[in-house]
Design a binder for this molecule. Structure first.
Ligand code: PLP
Length: 458
């Protein structure tokens, strides 16, 4: 008898897609994963891949870390779940203490969730509840950048600058004001990079004034871009000016460090490269490092106290702050320190960047290479002079991704949208990567780029 469960148990004929009861994206099916260790991951046919993007920039400390697994097993033997309204738990307390010690001064209050979108939702809701609790109920707009990615739930999607992702859902969401992402490398004017940085930051002030400062609640940005802008770094002048503008208009500054946090860029937070002082920080991905779904929001007592006095933070998720995820997060931080992974991310990031710049000189269609530590992005164009994009129908980013995959290297690749189209890719191997493995990654990527250049006549 056929039942709904039939497909998962069927074996697909050779070459045909495997039937499945799951559905995700429309993209082609991938092999079943078997195991993983360090920077490597194997499928069930025994093929080995280099995880050159740590999944989607998640597995910061590398796969199969025995100490983290042991710590999780120990926690599982004690208690895996205790509802936070019934019990507090030690791993959550200790993780909050250790994360607070790594935050910019003053961000000493933590709130745990299970992922990046939940972390961004929490930041927006905290900001809004703070405004209400401090008699500023007219403030609700969250200015964001275009393009950008801040998550898939309706609140986080409303501050995501990506029309393709949000267009079906606008009736369910508020449209938020946007300013351009600071892609200063693209500008063809007589300004210095620092002047361009200020110009991009000043667009925030113009937007706040246009919207009415009394209506603007917050500005959200990734200090170092991720999925939407491939490790885009603004000129140094940008960061301080953004803080000044937010201060001038009483606008809260939210840093989304979901991808750039947890040591990946060679500092604990991406914003630490510029000594940024955000009001609220969202984190996820690397703090659980793929061992457990974990996200966190950090905020100052100044923000948290008024709403606690007004009755508490009106927000929460069932799995938030559960002892197992927090024990994993604690062990991840421990391994980051023990193995000096943040230092390694800085050193290996420099090596990887230098090698990628070497490839850029061989393949001029790579128009820009940027990033910090082990969050490195590159943008590909048809004409490096005019920056004309590769025609979208050529699917350059997807072809490069597939050519790398066939050769046993996983990279992260996307198309940047929003008037300044381009195909880009990110290299972000786990922070345990060695110098030899950097060469291995670059060797495979070089081969794939030769094939791409031939295929697309670049
Ligand atoms: N914010 C940023 C910067 C991200 O890169 C992501 C995911 O890629 C998210 C938020 C959403 O995180 P999640 O997919 O865990 O919900």
């Amino acid at each position: 008898m056929l039942t709904n469960a039939t497909p998962t148990t069927d074996k697909a004929p050779e070459g045909a897609p495997r039937p499945s009861n799951l559905f995700y994206l429309a993209s082609s099916r991938r092999p079943l994963v078997d195991r993983a260790e360090g920077i490597y991951i194997w499928d069930q046919s025994g093929r080995r891949y280099i995880d050159g993007s740590s999944g989607p920039m998640v597995v910061n400390i590398g796969h199969g870390n025995r100490n983290v697994i042991q710590a999780m097993k120990r926690q599982m033997d004690r208690v895996t779940f205790a509802y936070r309204l019934h019990f507090e738990n030690e791993p959550a307390e200790e993780l909050a203490r250790q994360l607070a010690a790594r935050m910019p001064a003053g961000l000493d209050r933590m709130f745990f969730v299970s992922g990046g979108s939940e972390a961004v939702e929490s930041c927006i809701k905290l900001a809004r509840q703070w405004a209400v609790a401090t008699n500023q109920p007219q403030r609700w707009k969250v200015v964001t950048r275009f393009p950008s990615y801040h998550g898939g739930t309706l609140g986080s999607l409303s501050v995501t600058g990506d029309d393709a992702l949000s267009q079906s859902f606008w009736p369910l969401m508020q449209k938020m004001p946007t300013i351009p992402a600071p892609a200063a490398w693209r500008d063809r004017d007589n300004l210095s990079m620092e002047e361009r940085g200020l110009r991009y930051a000043d667009m925030l002030e113009e937007k706040i004034l246009e919207e009415g400062p009394e209506s603007v609640l917050a500005f959200i940005m990734e200090p170092i871009g991720g999925a939407a802008t491939a490790a885009l770094v603004a000129p140094d002048s940008y960061y301080g000016r953004i803080r000044e503008i937010c201060d001038r208009h009483g606008v809260l500054l939210i840093h989304d460090e979901v991808m750039s946090g947890a040591g990946r860029t060679g500092r604990f937070l991406g914003g630490d490269h510029w000594n940024c002082r955000p009001d609220i920080v969202a984190m996820s991905k690397g703090i659980g490092s793929g061992y457990a779904p974990l996200g966190a929001m950090a905020a100052s007592s100044r923000l948290v106290q008024p709403l606690l006095e007004a009755g508490g933070f009106q927000h929460g998720h069932t799995y938030a702050g559960n002892p197992l995820a927090c024990a994993a997060g604690l062990a991840v931080l421990g391994e980051m320190d023990r193995l000096r992974l943040i230092e390694n991310a800085a050193a290996m990031g420099e090596a990887l960047m230098e090698e990628l710049r070497g490839l850029q000189s061989r393949f001029p269609f790579i128009a820009d290479v940027r990033g910090k530590g082990l969050l490195i992005g590159a943008e590909m164009v048809a004409d490096p002079e005019t920056l004309a994009p590769i025609p979208p129908r050529r699917m350059a980013y997807q072809r490069l991704l597939d050519l790398c995959y066939e050769r046993g290297l996983i990279i992260y690749a996307r198309r940047v949208k929003g008037g300044r189209d381009g195909d880009n890719f990110i290299l972000a191997p786990p922070m345990v990567v060695t110098r030899e493995q950097v060469d291995e990654i670059i060797g495979i990527l070089g081969d794939a780029l030769v094939a791409l250049a031939g295929e697309l006549d670049l």
